[in-house]
Design a protein around this ligand. Structure first.
Ligand code: NCD
Length: 356
């Protein structure tokens, strides 16, 4: 049963399929759902910029008849006075029936579940995960390709910091026969922990340095923005930007039924002439995302009728997480929680690995 949504791994494939079906049912008959969340309140806490994720969540809640509170600039909230994540979540979860949170620190959504009285939905935790974008991508693929299995999926751009890529690969490895082409520079290659997920699932993948060479074999091309805000220096970003650009000319070698997705915002990685190609689905994807989020809110609120207080884990491990972007380094009261993985410790917040 869905309570918090931090990672789509928490759901079985049949639960994910139920959400996709519900999103389509709502899309085909939205009027039937316009009172479904009457009297419910959703909080959107955005510590990082957002257009689509925040507004599609808000629109989804309004279209279900519910109300929305929150902030999209932490400078206008008590966060600017130094309030901890623990205190903000404790208070806001007392006001709202569901809390949607985006935060730049990896593992922040899991941290929020320790203190929340209401379900937490992860709307992006730094470069780590973005499960509701994946749900959006799944609804898009289901409608546009008619299936979620046996697809050759190219992912291009910032595979290192792109949380949408991490979440999407983790979920698509669970469907049969999917293959991946990872198109990036060596500097922006996929993190090892996501490659390990593909290996464990027995998925085939190849790494490619050229978009033109990869394009002819793809059923799906998932373009991404180079995540400027996650680089240590402006120089490192400048070296990476503009390396992979999709334009109409490259598309002449692509399959007729290729589908091009992008979580957006786009910077310069897809030229504007591609927008008119019938294979370009990134603007439709934003609409599918609203229905995906309506299905998610509805399901979570139905499940959450009896509010549950998450158990607070007090035991703390003597080791620190070695990932400098992990939430445990900024919210220092958090218990250190790890899974043991051979001679490594895997952080339960950010999945970062620390050698023992
Ligand atoms: C993505 C994100 O925020 O991770 N956008 C989104 O949620 N639609 C991708 C990005 O910012 O590049």
């Amino acid at each position: 049963m869905l309570n918090h949504l931090i990672d789509l791994d928490q759901l079985s494939l049949s639960e994910i399929d139920e959400l996709i079906k519900l999103a389509n049912t709502i899309k085909n008959n939205p009027w039937a759902y316009q009172e479904s969340c009457r009297g419910k309140i959703m909080a959107t806490l955005f510590y990082e910029p957002s257009t689509r994720t925040k507004m599609s969540f808000q629109t989804a809640m309004y279209r279900l008849g519910g109300e929305v509170i929150g902030f999209d600039n932490p400078e206008n909230s008590s966060v600017s006075k130094g309030e901890s994540l623990k205190d903000t979540i404790t208070v806001v979860s007392g006001y709202a029936d569901v809390v949607v949170m985006r935060n730049p620190m990896e593992g922040s959504a899991t941290a929020a579940t320790l203190y929340s009285k209401s379900p937490i939905i992860n709307a992006g935790d730094g470069g780590h995960l973005h499960p509701t974008q994946t749900l959006t991508d799944l609804v898009t693929l289901y409608n546009e390709k008619g299936r979620l299995d046996n697809l050759c999926i190219g992912l291009c751009g910032d595979l290192k910091y792109g949380r949408t890529v991490h979440s999407l690969i983790k979920t698509m490895t669970r469907y049969k026969g999917n293959r991946f082409v990872l198109i990036s520079t060596p500097e922006l290659a996929l993190p090892q922990y996501v490659k390990d997920v593909m290996d464990a699932a027995g998925c085939q993948y190849v790494e490619a340095g050229s978009l033109s060479e990869a394009i002819p074999m793809l059923d799906v091309l998932y373009m991404t923005r180079i995540q400027r805000e996650r680089f240590a220096s402006a120089r490192q970003y400048e070296e990476q930007k503009g390396v992979f650009v999709l334009d109409s000319e490259k598309l002449t070698a692509a399959k007729k039924d290729l589908r091009i997705l992008h979580p957006l915002p786009r910077v310069d990685e897809i030229t504007v002439d591609v927008d008119d190609d019938e294979r370009a689905k990134y603007f439709d994807q934003t609409v599918y995302g609203m229905y995906a989020r309506m299905a998610l809110i509805l399901t979570i609120l139905q499940n959450g009728e009896t509010r549950r207080k998450s158990k607070t884990l007090s035991s703390t491990h003597p080791h620190n997480c070695s990932n400098p972007k992990c939430i445990t380094h900024t919210e220092r009261y958090l218990p250190h929680l790890f899974r043991e993985a051979g001679d490594m410790l895997e952080c339960r917040y950010c999945d970062g690995r620390t050698l023992i």
